[in-house]
Design a protein around this ligand. Structure first.
Ligand code: ZN
Length: 490
């Protein structure tokens, strides 16, 4: 890379900018492309006969025609064509994959520095429709941010793009059209949550087991390996059918319509995690087996584990029980040939080594909001005045935000920021209630406007993050690194 950079025939004395050395690339016509920061803004500079294919200002440098291209959507599209390593690929089939949602579109560099140190493959573009709505972004924009980050960093090992928690056929279509390489199908609207409260008699009334189901599941021992055996009785089988059969049909329909023809280009994940009731190992087995019977090929499945995986805070629940169930869930996934996917995986430090160990280092873990929290911690560190303002606004938006996220935050436990010293503000990010407050109110903080139609905070926040981008990269690398460290040692 150093040699490529040294060979770059660009005269910087005629053009004042700061080069990103790892972004220097050769074009197939003998031209060059690289990224640089100029007047506080990142740009792409293309030299040679293909420069005109990018939209921007033309200029001459030495013997070359050049174009100074903004990081626009049109230019990102061309970039992905010219440099295929900036386009997403399916990464779930690799052992360790890690979802790194970036709600702000500025976390790519920190994420890449974190995964560089571990043998893990990132899904850099990963947003749910809920996140898109709350941040007023589209998948185009999410993917573009990832492509530019990859090019600037010189990252060539491949990254994924996940249409996360999609619930409707048209959402799946939208993500696929843009070249997303992973679809996470959220089945929560097809999973019944009232079945656990039923008595065996009620369950029997509601579900008549067919002969086919009885023959398939009853009086059998399903050995999923390493001493893990799954058995069903009539009642547990009925409950599986009642809870999951609609979800299974939904997955099967979506798979046949959108995925089956392109399993080499797209990873298909089934998520049954966003429900109030945990997925018992035998229910996991049932879902997997029913999908197999219907010819559905999945890359990952996200069960709802016991205990609670709340956003942005450590695991809440019985760690020993989690460990023993994780062992069986991991064995089932291996048995059927896919990986476990762990959602809301940020900050679950007390269970990462259990996940790493039982999955034998083959896992997918998703994080999203934690990178936003790190960004807000940078605000608390560098501009206490602005932080206090945002924090107080978050308190007023908390109730509305709870409609979107399930958290057990007690905002009365959060210290009053007006009586805190500046230097203590970053410490709020070690307190669960304060973390969750900021975690779930991002949509309001980023999008709300005053009477005149100006953003309340958005512009000031982005200006601050831009000014402190090295600090953000450093914190992000450390924080994401801590996740990977524990997962990989397990
Ligand atoms: Zn989820």
């Amino acid at each position: 890379m150093d040699n490529t950079m040294k060979a770059l025939p660009f005269d910087f004395t005629q053009y004042d900018c700061r080069l990103y050395p790892a972004s220097v690339n050769r074009m197939d016509d003998g031209g060059w492309a690289f990224m640089a920061e100029k007047d506080g803004e990142d740009l792409l500079i293309v030299m040679g006969s293909q420069a005109g294919e990018f939209k921007g200002r033309s200029f001459r440098n030495g013997a070359f025609n050049c174009v100074e291209a903004s990081l626009s959507a049109a230019n990102a599209k061309t970039l992905r064509k010219k440099f295929p390593f900036t386009a997403p690929v399916p990464v779930l089939r690799r052992d360790r994959s890690f979802g790194l949602g970036d709600r702000l579109g500025i976390a790519g560099e920190g994420h890449l520095q974190a995964v560089d140190e571990y043998n893990a493959y990132p899904v850099l573009a990963q947003q749910s429709i809920r996140e898109l709505d709350l941040t007023h972004r589209g998948y185009e924009d999410v993917l573009d941010a990832a492509s530019w980050a990859v090019f600037r960093h010189g990252y060539r090992k491949g990254f994924g793009a996940d249409g996360d928690h999609l619930k409707k056929p048209e959402e799946v279509e939208y993500a696929l059209e843009l070249g997303f390489t992973m679809i996470t199908l959220d089945c929560s609207e097809h999973i019944r949550s009232d079945v656990n409260d039923m008595s065996p008699e009620q369950a029997a009334d509601e579900c008549l087991l067919t002969d086919e189901l009885k023959e398939c599941y009853l009086d059998q021992h399903f050995d999923v390996g390493e001493g893990n055996v799954i058995t069903f009785d009539e009642d547990s089988l009925r409950r599986c059918v009642l809870i999951y059969s609609k979800a299974v049909e939904f997955v099967s329909d979506i798979f046949k319509k959108y995925i089956s023809g392109k399993t080499d280009q797209v990873d298909f994940e089934v998520s049954i995690d966003e429900t109030p009731t945990p997925t018992l190992p035998l229910q996991h087995y049932f879902v997997a087996n029913e999908l197999l019977k219907r010819g559905v090929k999945i890359a990952t499945l996200a069960p709802r584990f016991c205990g609670e995986f709340q956003k942005g805070v450590d695991y809440i629940g019985d760690v020993d029980r989690f460990d023993s169930e994780m062992k069986v869930h991991a064995a089932i996934a291996r048995h059927f040939g896919y990986k476990l996917s762990i959602h809301s995986g940020s900050d679950k430090f007390s269970v990462f080594s259990s996940i790493g160990k039982h999955t034998k280092g083959r896992f997918h873990v998703k994080t999203a909001g934690t990178s936003w929290l790190v960004a807000m911690q940078v605000v608390a560190e560098t501009d206490p005045y602005l932080y206090r303002e945002v924090h107080k606004y978050a308190l007023t938006s908390f109730e509305k935000a709870q409609k979107y996220y399930h958290v057990s935050t007690d905002i009365t436990k959060i210290p009053d920021v007006d009586t805190m010293e500046d230097k203590d503000l970053p410490g709020l990010f070690s307190q669960n209630d304060a973390r969750q407050l900021i975690h779930i109110t991002y949509g309001f903080i980023l999008s709300d406007k005053d009477d005149k139609g100006n953003f309340l905070f958005r512009d000031r926040l982005y200006a601050l993050w831009h000014k402190n981008k090295e600090l953000y990269v450093k914190h992000l690398k450390e924080h994401i690194g801590r996740h990977l460290e524990l997962l990989c040692e397990g």
